[in-house]
Write a protein that binds this ligand. Structure first.
Ligand code: PPE
Length: 306
């Protein structure tokens, strides 16, 4: 999906023109994948434009940086302000926001500590991640031959650029096999997550999702769905999930900032439930979008208005 030039990008404390937000080819990040980033959405509703769970995203950005011993030369409040400023400056009502922290130009070689830590925030209009109809009709997913990183190889809880090499392998394989998205297993063979989403299933009216120990990114949409489900009186279990539990589930769906809540209609060519969005998925989607669209009270305090 394209991200067309849309005005200005916040780079190391300054608003610069889109075309001028560039890095040197010998920046550490280009060679060694040394970046951490976030994906955040801003939605237009009847009260204005609101960023969804801004503080939690910025906190995770700082956690990712901490794991990789990157000192971000700003506070969390300053980054929150930079994000709000980027959306405002570009006059965007609904957009996808990408803050990225990376090891910049300084020294070559794996040991990264003498490279500067650069920070950028960009925003652009980004539609439905898995296709316009996906939110309603669902997507076809396939279990990948690529597994998520074992816990003692790369930290999955860090949203680091390098992790997405694994995601890319899985996604390219899935698309080559005719699927919309990949589902990866963890090191032990349990379900982990999609290339850019967390995964849930519904069985006998209760919700199941893999635990953080299954090598996944602790998604903020995942957390939102768990909170909404529990508020709606739906039981949620975070426990190891086997591949066949997906096959025999009544419903399954992906969650992510980009993917929002996307139903999964088949896995490995096996139809899940009725092969279309199920009632629990719809309930969660409806409530999720009601909060975002300010059609109900923001009782969790998830919206930051621009
Ligand atoms: N797992 C992975 C691997 C992942 O990349 C994401 C988000 C999630 C789970 C869900 O996390 P959250 O957004 O906090 O609910 N993926 C981001 C990047 C996607 C991309 O293609 O780039 C996103 O959805 O913004």
């Amino acid at each position: 999906m394209s991200c067309e030039a849309s005005g200005k990008i916040w780079l190391n404390g300054e608003m610069v023109e889109w075309e001028e937000a560039t890095v040197h080819v010998l920046s550490h990040v280009v060679h060694y994948g040394s970046s951490v980033f976030e994906g955040i959405r801003c939605y237009r509703n009847s009260k204005g434009s609101a960023i969804f769970r801004l503080r939690e995203h910025v906190k995770r950005l700082f956690d990712s940086a901490k794991i990789y011993r990157m000192d971000i030369p700003y506070t969390q409040d300053q980054i929150c302000d930079a994000i709000v400023e980027t959306v405002r400056e570009n006059g965007l009502e609904e957009c996808y926001i990408r803050p990225v922290v990376f090891r910049g130009y300084g020294e070559m070689g794996v040991h990264p500590v003498n490279c500067p830590v650069d920070v950028a925030v960009a925003a652009w209009e980004w539609g439905a991640y898995l296709g316009a109809e996906a939110l309603e009709v669902g997507v076809d997913a396939g279990v990948s031959t690529w597994r998520r990183m074992a816990p003692n190889t790369m930290p999955n809880m860090a949203k680091a650029g390098g992790n997405y090499l694994n995601s890319q392998l899985a996604k390219m394989e899935a698309v080559r096999h005719g699927y919309d998205e990949a589902i990866m297993l963890d090191y032990h063979g349990y379900i982990s997550e999609g290339s850019g989403e967390n995964i849930f299933l519904v069985s006998e009216g209760e919700i199941y999702t893999p635990p953080v120990s299954s090598s996944l990114l602790r998604g903020i949409t995942r957390d939102s769905v768990i909170k909404i489900a529990r508020t709606e009186g739906v039981a949620v279990h975070e426990e190891p999930i086997t591949r066949e539990m997906l096959y025999i589930a009544d419903e399954a769906f992906f969650t992510g900032t980009a993917a929002e809540i996307t139903p999964i209609r088949s896995v490995d060519g096996i139809e899940i439930g009725a092969g279309r969005r199920g009632p629990v998925t719809k309930l969660l989607q409806d409530e999720f979008f009601r909060i975002i669209r300010a059609e109900t009270e923001d009782s969790f305090g998830w919206l930051t208005y621009i």
